[in-house]
Write a protein that binds this ligand. Structure first.
Ligand SMILES: NC(=O)c1ccc[n+]([C@@H]2O[C@H](COP(=O)([O-])OP(=O)(O)OC[C@H]3O[C@@H](n4cnc5c(N)ncnc54)[C@H](OP(=O)(O)O)[C@@H]3O)[C@@H](O)[C@H]2O)c1
Length: 334
């Protein structure tokens, strides 16, 4: 498994990370704990040692499952845990809160759920526009000095927001949406991170399953699965994305003898010092891991991929629907 050093921290991880949002169940139609635990363990056993989670994923459930899988499997020392801070929830409302006092209590809850005494990569989940970024950054540097975290990251931050954050902390990583269908960060975050030596964790590597090759126009989703409202999975637009997947599948097979899923993950890894976060909740979903190493996408194929996307997706849509509310709700102390 390819490895990468996270920014200027001492942390070295696999270049593919296991995403555990779906493992939390919420917004993914529920979770199967036994399958989730088996998935975390299979990932580590197969060299995917970076496990990305967050308190908000299942309101603690994802962190608990990751903690249980690693601790009871005797795998903690072989894995690197990336979790997040700065999203709070109350009466069904999710909001941003990265104030120092809250970070102090939030990290203790995460350490407890994760059954560990150190978080390898601690990331601000969404920019909190009501708290000076330097205050959050200073608190994270203090946690690093205290040995509670090993590396500092942000997520969903723009370069100007990272500039403000970096006045008070060494920023090692940024986590942003990035996959064949969601490429906005190529205009700003990707070049900024390359210039500043910040590692990019690309989230939604499979575009929430669209790039797995499993989806059909008739595919439906259960319960509270967010793909019921995700604009990419609706009507004619869904068919446009699926048509692109069909063509990418053909290219992957004919050129490289690979699946479209492998093409999608390899494409992210070939973009620079990136990590691909691949969400999975059943061990079998990690079977394509063997297809990703030891090859690269050449420039001609890269151009052809771009042409396929341009031809098939006439009505692209961004990921804005995911953003949690920027203001703290009335009633939350200020
Ligand atoms: N920082 C942020 O704001 C943020 C936002 C989003 C995500 N993330 C992180 O990034 C991670 C990855 O993103 P994601 O989980 O949203 O989406 P993703 O990786 O693009 O897609 C995950 C989904 O793809 C499907 N899949 C995976 N392997 C498959 C296989 N071999 N065959 C068929 N289907 C397969 C599964 O869907 P089914 O289970 O339905 O089959 C899985 O739940 C998250 O888990 C999370 O850690 C962070």
């Amino acid at each position: 498994m390819e490895q990468v050093t996270i920014g200027r921290s001492p942390l070295v991880t696999s270049r593919i990370g296991l995403g555990t949002w779906a493992i939390g169940g919420w917004q993914w139609g529920g979770t199967d704990e036994a399958a989730a635990i088996a998935t975390v363990r299979a990932a580590v056993e197969r060299g995917v040692t970076l496990i990305d989670t967050a308190p908000i994923y299942g309101f603690g459930r994802s962190e608990e499952i990751v903690g249980k899988a690693l601790a009871e499997g005797g795998l903690r020392q072989r894995a690197q845990i990336a979790t997040k801070l700065g999203l709070a929830w109350r009466d069904g409302v999710i909001y941003r809160d990265s104030r120092p006092a809250r970070i102090r209590s939030e990290i203790e809850a995460s350490l407890r759920r994760l059954r560990t005494d150190v978080i390898d990569l601690y990331q601000v989940h969404w920019p909190d526009l009501e708290t000076p970024f330097a205050e959050t950054a200073e608190t994270l540097e203090a946690l690093r000095r205290e040995g509670k975290i090993r590396a500092i990251g942000v997520s969903n931050f723009s370069p100007p927001q990272m500039d403000a954050f970096r006045t008070a902390a060494q920023l090692d990583a940024v986590q942003s949406p990035y996959n064949l269908f969601e490429r906005e960060i190529e205009a700003d975050v990707l070049p900024y991170a390359a210039r500043m030596g910040i590692t990019v964790l690309a989230y939604g590597a499979l575009c929430r399953g669209l790039l797995s090759g499993r989806m059909r126009p008739t595919t439906t989703f259960e319960g509270d699965d967010l793909r019921k409202v995700d604009p990419k999975f609706q009507g004619d637009r869904f068919r446009q994305y699926l048509a692109a997947v069909d063509e990418l599948q053909r290219l992957a097979r004919e050129r490289f003898g690979k699946s479209v899923l492998a093409l999608a993950v390899r494409w992210i890894l070939d973009q620079g010092p990136t990590i691909a976060l691949w969400g999975a909740r059943k061990p079998g979903q990690l079977d394509p891991l063997g297809e990703i190493e030891s090859w690269h996408i050449d420039d001609a194929s890269r151009k052809e991929i771009d042409a396929i996307l341009k031809r098939c997706i006439r009505d692209p849509v961004s990921l804005d629907f995911l953003a949690p509310r920027p203001q703290r709700p009335a009633g939350v102390d200020r």
